[in-house]
Design a protein around this ligand. Structure first.
Ligand SMILES: Nc1nc2c(ncn2[C@@H]2O[C@H](COP(=O)(O)OP(=O)(O)OP(=O)(O)O)[C@@H](O)[C@H]2O)c(=O)[nH]1
Ligand SMILES: C=C(OP(=O)(O)O)C(=O)O
Length: 245
């Protein structure tokens, strides 16, 4: 069951894979207050669109995560009321950023909250800025991760991290921020070396990243808003009835 009392997302035309992944994961997704978020996007998007894009990214990320067959529930750590309301409506559980001590403290708090209720939970931290995220690609990443105590996926730029996992009974030990790929590798986490999971790697920090995410095919919130950013190509995810990759 999800923490909101609903059953895990059913396998459907957009999410199912032939063999169901073995482990079901609790995802912990950190989200800054929108007024403070995505500052590196301001030069490309402008100050008015920046917080709205941050919300759109989070909505598309969480919707895709909840549609993933390998995901049991999604906890978002945020103090943002607007985002909290919209993400709750999608089916996420919101946890306040009570430590207010930065990204890694927020993630540790989210994991503690999950494991207070289910001490044996397998957990994974996932960034909230993955607007092209595809449920099937996330399922492949999590399936790979389930073979290791801790595992991580490098971001599209090759320097950061978009996902860090910890199996049941294993501490997450998040080391996000800046060049975290090296940090997570040095911490003993196994790097997830999979091709064809670009949507899980494509975080959006800059205008160039937004262009790349739109080219991959962003979720509906980002596709709609991205079309208003000057110089961005407009990429939208295939609609229902379109064969999924
Ligand atoms: N809850 C919480 N989430 C955070 C915090 N800092 C960063 N995040 C989230 O962590 C993820 C990765 O952060 P960044 O890619 O650096 O995003 P950002 O800080 O909004 O972007 P910039 O302002 O451009 O640095 C995003 O989902 C952020 O919203 C924090 O202090 N608390
Ligand atoms: C948070 C990270 O990086 P960025 O701020 O560049 O997204 C990270 O990759 O750990």
């Amino acid at each position: 069951m999800r923490m909101d009392g609903q059953s895990p997302a059913p396998a459907d035309a957009t999410t199912c894979s032939k063999a169901a992944p073995a482990a079901l994961w609790s995802l912990v997704i950190p989200l800054k207050p929108l007024v403070l978020a995505k500052t590196r996007l301001a030069p490309a998007a402008g100050e008015a669109l920046r917080p709205r894009l941050a919300l759109a990214f989070a909505l598309d990320t969480v919707a895709a995560a909840l549609a993933c067959t390998a995901v049991r529930d999604v906890v978002v750590v945020t103090d943002d009321g607007t985002a909290g309301g919209a993400l709750t409506a999608l089916g996420a559980r919101i946890v306040p950023d009570t430590p207010a001590a930065g990204l890694n403290a927020a993630l540790a708090h989210g994991v503690r909250t999950v494991r207070r209720a289910r001490p044996d939970a397998a957990v994974a931290a996932l960034n909230a800025d993955l607007p092209a995220l595809r449920p099937r690609e996330l399922a492949r990443v999590l399936e790979y991760a389930s073979g290791f105590p801790r595992a991580f996926l490098a971001d599209a730029a090759g320097t950061g991290t978009t996902l860090l996992s910890a199996a049941s009974g294993v501490e997450l030990r998040p080391g996000f921020g800046g060049p975290s790929r090296k940090r997570h590798s040095a911490s003993g986490a196994v790097e997830i070396l999979l091709d064809g999971v670009d949507s899980v790697r494509q975080d959006v920090d800059t205008g160039g990243d937004l262009r790349a995410a739109l080219a991959l095919g962003a979720g509906p919130c980002t596709a709609a808003l991205g079309a208003r950013v000057p110089g961005q190509a407009h990429g939208e995810r295939p609609g229902p009835g379109t064969p999924v990759r």
